[in-house]
Ligand binder design. Structure first.
Ligand SMILES: [Zn+2]
Length: 245
């Protein structure tokens, strides 16, 4: 067999296998049907039995022929619903938004694969979105309710809930360009988890080249936070500062 023919056969075999696995995964993990009931937007992450099981970024990984290295996503991810139609759209099958049917939190789903000589590698990533990042799916009235909830959740007992609330509020005011408001969440007395939520969000924004000029307006605050007693907060503040230079 010529080497060209061999490569074509290998490619086809991997393509068929990948398509089958991905289709099955979509069917099992992400059913098409939505529940009829409206989510309870008052639920915090901690009080939602789905979202409390998911971290801010969930990933899965599988490599053909290497089952020991496979890593699955938390089973709670299978309870999320599609927030948008993916029918007949191959790109959307691999990149779309999902919603928690219980609390209404949105997640970005991304699937990628790479062909290799001895098989393929498949990766999935599920990223929790702020209400602002999922704005196009949310009605005005609900959006206002969510922002009010985030303000309340800044004082929640649960750490991931406080961080997500802070991230969400920073996301909202950064989108508006209201840096005076963002400043009010970055005082020396601010809870460490709230600070972490905002600083990690800024860091992600810089990676995406989003609103960097606005974040740069907070240089004085970030310089102070670089001397924070919490080493992690001091370090992230330094990284965010580097990103605006
Ligand atoms: Zn939820």
């Amino acid at each position: 067999m010529s080497s060209t023919l061999m490569w074509i056969k290998l490619f086809k075999r991997n393509t068929v296998r990948r398509c089958l696995i991905h289709s099955l995964r979509c069917l099992i993990l992400f059913p098409m049907s939505k529940t009829d009931s409206r989510p309870n937007y008052e639920l915090s992450l901690a009080d939602c039995e789905i979202c409390c099981e998911l971290s801010g970024v969930e990933t899965s990984f599988s490599k053909y022929g290497w089952p020991d290295s496979d890593q699955s996503m938390d089973p709670a991810a299978s309870r999320l619903e599609l927030a948008e139609s993916i029918e007949g759209d191959y790109r959307k099958e691999n990149h779309h938004v999902k919603r928690c049917p219980l609390c209404g939190t949105y997640y970005q789903y991304d699937y990628s694969y790479e062909y290799l000589v001895n098989g393929s590698e498949d990766e999935e990533e599920l990223t929790r979105l702020t209400p602002t990042q999922a704005r196009r799916f949310i009605e005005d009235e609900t959006y206002d309710l969510l922002l009010q909830k985030m303000e309340r959740n800044l004082n929640h007992d649960d750490i991931p809930t406080r961080r997500y609330a802070a991230r969400s509020l920073a996301s909202h005011y950064l989108e508006l360009g209201d840096m005076t408001k963002v400043r009010t969440y970055l005082t020396p007395d601010t809870d460490n988890e709230v600070l972490r939520g905002i600083l990690y969000f800024f860091w992600n924004c810089e990676d995406d080249h989003y609103k960097v000029a606005e974040i740069a307006q907070l240089k004085d605050v970030l310089k102070k936070l670089r001397g924070h007693a919490d080493e992690n907060i001091a370090a992230i503040s330094g990284y965010v500062l580097k990103g605006i230079k």
